[in-house]
Design a protein. Structure first.
Length: 440
């Protein structure tokens, strides 16, 4: 394969960093590397940027086929300002609750001591178990997230609150998620405060406000699109990477159908199975380990629902389904309440019910609409059905395979399966890695 002349961000020197993947991590990394004065090139196989962030207009409605909202953290705010997107931001009411459907009714999840005292989501006995958490043994990295939650907060609180809220983030079963991977941040907080409850109280008492949930007029994909446009001279869309190999000169060759470009450093941001294919020649044992990581497939159904005609308060971020309920939907995101859109998004599948994704689109739509009406009482119609092609990291016991992943110095992974999920976390890792690479 021929050597391709490297693309230069500044028009002079060779780029030193090759970034594989034009999702939010890769594009944010290019953005922060540019700020650091480090030349880079981003390769993205798809014709459009964004990776898992996908927004679409269907009959004029904005529908999200990935994340439904992001939090406007300091890093996200920095990007919005740098990209001139402030006039396009839609901000959800900060007082909108996240709800849980349990015992046949919707309940606002209590995220303050006052709300905890008033909630009817938990019985008096369950509340006493929560308050006794400081007297329990510390979390054990070798137990599952579900075991830890039950042992420290009680079975009812796990079933009605912590299980659905935590598991809903990943579409996973916390009983199958090792705490050492799924709860590493919480375990550090517990060590600092000697208690998870004390850590939560300290956060609340400190007056630290949760960043508001936001989107954009044209959906969340507007953010990666703006990043790609701002750095279009170094972003190669429709350019799949076929392999990453070490060169005779100690650099790394990124191979594409258009040619080969050599870099000092390569950062791979793609899903585990694709990453495995890319590094198969470079590190075959690591590639085998990466192929063991499991993902949870998800189905997403966009629904048009008149929440004002339902039986519940229409103002909420959405709901998760408690583990004791006889429903196949995992929960729903109320885009209508959050961002004044005409749709809500229901989720199906995940680790709890992977078989449902073998059903037809028509059946998925019927189940989602019927169960949303059951939960809310709101008249509901199906707009569109989407199946997430790969799904989301399961963070189950397959993740122990990461212990066997060892890539050569100069090849790094920056992904949601080696670090935290969520757009703010991906952007934060990109900024940190850019500073590290600039220092080198």
């Amino acid at each position: 394969m021929s050597e391709r002349a490297p693309m230069s961000a500044g028009g002079g020197s060779e780029p030193s960093v090759g970034v594989v993947g034009g999702g939010i991590t890769g594009l944010a990394l290019a953005h922060y590397l540019d700020r650091e004065g480090v030349e880079a090139v981003v390769f993205e196989a798809a014709p459009d940027p964004g990776g898992a962030i996908r927004s679409e207009r269907v009959d004029g409605r904005v529908i999200e086929w990935g994340p439904q909202r992001i939090r406007r953290t300091d890093r996200i705010d920095d990007l919005i300002e740098a990209l001139g997107l402030d006039d396009e931001v839609r901000t959800a009411d900060p007082d909108l609750p996240v709800c849980v459907y349990a015992d046949g009714d919707l309940h606002a999840a209590p995220f303050s001591m006052a709300a905890f005292g008033e909630t009817d989501l938990l019985s008096a006995e369950a509340k006493r178990e929560v308050l006794a958490e400081p007297f329990t043994d510390p979390g054990d990295p070798e137990e599952s997230a579900g075991e830890l939650f039950v042992r420290k907060f009680g079975a009812e609180t796990y079933r009605n609150l912590l299980g659905p809220l935590f598991g809903g983030i990943y579409g996973s079963d916390p009983d199958a998620m090792p705490a050492r991977y799924a709860l590493s941040g919480l375990l550090k907080l517990e060590a600092r405060h000697d208690s998870l409850l004390k850590a939560a109280i300290a956060r609340t008492a400190g007056g630290r406000a949760t960043p508001p949930a936001i989107s954009f007029d044209d959906g969340l994909q507007r953010l990666p699109e703006a990043l790609a446009a701002a750095h279009d001279e170094v972003v190669r869309l429709d350019t799949p990477v076929t392999a990453v190999r070490e060169t005779d000169g100690g650099r790394y060759a990124v191979e594409t159908p258009e040619g080969t470009t050599a870099f000092d450093e390569v950062v791979v941001t793609t899903p585990a199975d694709l990453t495995a294919d890319l590094v198969a020649d470079l590190a075959p044992a690591s590639a085998d380990a990466l192929r063991e990581l499991r993902y949870n497939r998800l189905g997403m159904v966009a629904l048009e629902a008149d929440l004002a005609d339902g039986d519940v308060d229409p103002d909420a971020l959405g709901y998760q389904v408690g583990f004791g309920e006889d429903l196949r939907t995992l929960g729903a995101s109320w885009n209508a309440s959050m961002f004044d859109r005409e749709v809500v998004t229901a989720f199906l599948g995940g680790m709890h019910d992977p078989e449902i994704l073998d059903e037809s689109d028509e059946t998925l739509g019927e189940i989602a609409a019927a169960e949303f009406e059951q939960v809310t009482g709101a008249p509901t119609e199906v707009v569109e059905v989407h199946r997430h092609r790969r799904g989301f990291p399961a963070y189950d016991d397959s993740w122990t395979a990461l212990d066997r992943v060892e890539l050569p110095e100069g090849v790094r992974l920056a992904t949601n399966y080696t670090d935290r999920m969520g757009v703010p976390s991906r952007v934060r890792e990109a900024a940190s890695l850019a500073a590290e690479l600039a220092g080198e």
